[in-house]
Every structure is written in C-alpha cells, then in structure tokens.
Design a protein around this ligand. Structure first.
Ligand code: MSP
Length: 505
C-alpha cells in the first residue's frame, strides 16, 4: 500500500495469571477506537494485542492450580481473546509470547544486542517482587514491601546476564530531546526523563531459577527475563528478522498505548534495548492513568475486578465502550463508578443519540410518508457539523477520545435543539417540515460515521434505519463528513429504542 499512511497501534500484552477486567478493557477499547478512526481516515492500520505468558508469576499460579504453565497460558489467553471479541475489538493480530515466531524474534533481537557487546555475565543478588517481576532497591521498597503490591520482596541470588543499560543514559536523553513528542502526555514524558536522569544501572535480563521462558541462544541454561521477552512482541508481530520490508512498513512509527505502571519498561528499557540492537526506538508512547474503583487500582488481590462481559450484559457492548472512552480524559487517573456509568449512558446514549433517531424516524413516518427528505445546503447545522468534525478529528489525532466524543455529541445536541426549536411534529407536512427533517437525517448520517469508532453497533444500525446502503465503517473521511451527503428519498425505519433507558440505582 505505497503512499498510504501507516498506523501501527499496540496494547500491552496482558499477563495470563489474571483474567480480563475493565482495566485491561480500558486500554484495549481505546486502541480499538483509534484503529477504527484511522481506518476511517484511510490509513493502512495494523492493530496488535495479545498475551504475556512467561515468567515466575505465571509459573507460580499454574503450580498453585496443579496445572502446567502452558495449560494456564492456553486457558487464560483464550479468555482474553473471548473478552475482546465480546467487545467488538478489531485487532489484526493476537500475539502470544509462547508462539515459536516470538521465541525466534526474541532470540534474534537479543543475540544482536549480545553481538554488539551490550550484554555481560555477572552474579546478582537483590530483592525481587514476583508480582511486578522486577528487582527493587532498599529505598524503593516501603518497609521491605513492594510499593505496588504491598507484599514483602524476596531475596534472590542468581548468575545473570546483564544488559549494559548504564551506557544508554545519554543516547536515550539525546533521542528524547530530538523527539519531544515521543512520550505523551507531557507529565509522563517528564516522569520518564526523571527516571533516566536519576542514573541508569545495568539490568539483569536472564534467569536460571525457572525454565518457563525463552531460552538464551548463547547459553541455554538461562531463559530471558519475562519483560525482555515481552517487549519484543511488538517487533515479532510485524516480521522482525523474517520480513524486513514488512518490519520497515510499521517500525518505528508505532503507537504504543500503555498504563502508567509500565512507563519504565516502555520508555527506558525498551528504547535502550532497541538502540543496543541498532533499531530506532518507538516513535510514540501514549501513557494513560489507572481506572480506579472507589479510589483503588483493580487487582486480583484487592478483589475489586469487574469483568467487561458482566457490564456488557447490562449496558450493551456499545454502552461499555462508550463509557470507557468518554468518561475519563486520556492521561490522568479516572474513577469507574456504576452510578456514573448509568448517568452517562442515559444522558448521552439513551437521550441524546437514541432520542434523535427515534424522533426523526417517528416524524418522518408521520409527516413524510416514511421517506427521508434531503438536507438543505444552507442549513444552520452545516457549519456546526463542519466545526464538530474538525474538533473530533483533531482530538482523535491527539489520542483524546473523550474530547472527540464530546465534539461529536455537541452535534447531536445541536440537532435535537434545532428540532425542538422548529417542532416539525406540530407542523403541517410540506417543505418546511422536510427541510428540518432532512437536516436532522444528515446529522444522523455524519454522527453514524464520527461515533462509529466508539459505538460501532449503534452506528451501523442508525445507518441502516435511515435507509443508507453499506456501513459507516466503509466511509472515508474527511469527504464523507461533508454536509449534503444524505441523498433523500430513502425509506426511514422506525424501530425499537437504540439504547433502552437504564433505571438509576
Ligand atoms: N504483561 C505486562 C505488559 C507487557 S507489555 C510488553 C503487564 N500486563 S498487565 O496485564 O498487568 O497489565 C497491562 C496493562 O493493563 C496496563 O499497563 C494497563 O494498560 C492495563 N491496566 C491494567 N489495570 C488497569 C487499571 N486498573 N486501569 C487502567 N489500565 C489498567 O503489565
């Protein structure tokens, strides 16, 4: 696809010791909405997600359950796949780190780092948190406890291969200086730069204490430390070492979406490792905050996890997606609350969008014989639609889905206000009524495209009910958002409410 811009978007790959919860769904839905938006603007999109299956954490959970790590990985990986299918996630690939293609890529990439002289053998003794799969220093621990898991770190001693991370302090600072937008938002960029400026110590990247991992090619008694294997998934999936042309198509112009818990790995270790292998660091890392439940991060140990499937039963798939995209700005922490979710669903989906469609289809039925009239070229809603499109497009570009949807819903609200001001349901059939309804139908057409990345099912249904052929997903922006696209003369169907109201708790 020469000449077509490429958009490569990734989620973190999720650990298979834990089942999918809405914290995971948060990142995945944002990545999906971005992928869908970029398909609409005509980009060539590659959207990757998957599961992180090695490491002590997975091995221990498997032991506790009396199964093999492979069985644990197979079952849980499948649950992630199902969860994403259940949320209409349109990933192009699903990578598992236990796949042979990944083992090959890891061995190749780290062999290149070794051959370049950036990996050396040494003995390591330190305090390790299995929950984080990371070593800690005394001052990073809180009373001997891991600051994230609040559990004691364990003393480990091993002969390890070390990555000479300390050599990359200056190259990393230089690279981030030359690419000031590589980590966003700004506050997270500063956090990453802070970590680098504190000084980088060499890091241990292999283990001999377990065998559940990718074997080190030059010393098979060792396996790679899970993080060093996991990060490479982003390279494996686009053909690193197998298909250089394909790799160059997508790399380094990647968009990694990550939670703030894994900044150090994505913004320090990963770019350093790539530099050491002679590869450019990732061009964009977009870091978001936590989705909190009553102020606390969701975790297995806190028993506060919410399964995306349970919510979808109540709010519908689109209801869950909309909430995750709309209720929190991308960047800071945000709160998940059932009450907030019901309020947002009723206000935006049941009332604003749902009402616009049901009013328009009802009045077209009663005043226009069920056939949709065409919009006016000089409609007062035309400039509003153009403005909202511009605002939404700019916000998607900045990875701010909440703002993009706010702009899209402004157009819906304006169309509802326009109907209320003109009250076509009270007027006699004729050109004045046709004009108002034609304008509202045109807004529905444009909204069905602009809101499609967030609520694809509803938008596809709006498209069908207003009589259009094809689907919003097949439209191309910006052309399809230009005022005047609704041709008129199509049958408009009245149907059941798009989003039935949910009772306030
Ligand atoms: N396996 C590693 C990532 C390796 S990527 C090369 C990992 N996995 S994880 O399953 O623990 O979580 C990964 C991501 O899930 C987080 O970075 C974040 O994007 C998302 N979230 C998990 N819990 C979350 C919240 N409570 N809120 C928001 N995002 C959350 O770390």
């Amino acid at each position: 696809m020469a000449g077509v811009p490429a958009f490569y978007v990734t989620t973190p790959i999720y650990y298979v010791n834990d089942k999918p919860h809405i914290g995971h769904a948060y990142t995945t839905v944002i990545a999906d909405a971005l992928a869908r938006w970029h398909r609409l603007i005509g980009d060539d999109v590659f959207f990757l997600t998957g599961t992180d299956e090695h490491g002590l954490k997975v091995q221990r959970v498997a032991e506790e359950r009396g199964i093999t790590p492979q069985e644990q990985a197979d079952t849980t990986s499948e649950r992630f796949r199902e969860a994403w299918a259940g949320l209409d996630i349109t990933n192009d690939d699903f990578i598992r780190t236990t796949e042979p293609r990944h083992h090959k890529a890891v061995q190749r990439l780290l062999q290149a780092v070794y051959d370049n002289g950036h990996i050396e053998l040494a003995t390591y003794e330190g305090l390790y948190c299995v929950g984080c799969e990371a070593y800690y220093t005394d001052d990073e621990l809180e009373d001997g406890n891991c600051p994230i898991h609040q559990r004691p770190a364990e003393l480990f001693k091993e002969d390890n291969y070390f990555f000479k991370l300390s050599r990359f302090e200056q190259p990393l600072l230089d690279w981030f200086e030359a690419h000031p937008d590589a980590i966003q938002p700004e506050s997270k960029r500063n956090e990453a730069l802070g970590l680098i400026r504190q000084g980088l110590r060499d890091v241990s990247i292999t283990r001999t204490s377990l065998d559940w991992g990718v074997p080190v090619p030059w010393d098979p008694d060792h396996v790679f430390y899970v993080w060093y294997d996991a990060l490479i998934n982003y390279a494996t999936a686009i053909g690193y070492g197998e298909d250089p042309e394909r790799f160059a198509r997508w790399w380094p112009a990647v968009n990694h979406l990550i939670g703030k818990d894994i900044i150090r790995f994505h913004c320090v270790y990963w770019p350093a490792m790539l530099l050491a292998a002679g590869i450019d660091p990732p061009r964009h890392v977009w870091v978001h905050g936590y989705l909190l439940v009553k102020g606390a991060k969701m975790s297995k140990t806190a028993f506060n996890q919410i399964a995306p499937g349970d919510l979808a039963e109540e709010f519908g798939v689109d209801g869950v997606r909309y909430h995750l995209l709309r209720d929190n700005a991308f960047g800071p922490d945000g709160d998940f609350s059932y009450e907030g979710m019901v309020a947002r669903y009723n206000a935006d989906l049941a009332n604003n969008l749902g009402n616009l469609l049901s009013r328009v289809s009802t009045v077209v039925g009663s005043k226009c014989g069920g056939v949709g009239p065409a919009p006016r070229p000089d409609s007062p809603l035309a400039p509003v639609a153009a403005e909202c499109y511009e605002a939404a497009a700019a916000a998607w570009q900045r990875v701010q889905p909440a703002e993009a949807l706010e702009a899209t819903w402004r157009l819906i609200r304006e169309a509802n206000a326009h109907l209320e001001a003109n009250e076509p349901w009270k007027a006699e059939p004729g050109p004045a009524v046709d004009a108002v309804l034609g304008d509202a139908l045109e807004v529905l057409r444009i909204v069905a495209i602009l809101a499609h990345p967030a609520v694809p099912r509803a938008c596809t249904e709006v498209w069908r009910r207003i009589g259009l052929h094809g689907a919003p997903a097949d439209q191309r922006l910006p052309g399809a958002a230009r005022w005047g696209g609704y041709p008129g003369g199509f049958r408009v169907e009245k149907g059941a409410p798009l989003f039935p109201r949910i009772k306030e708790p």
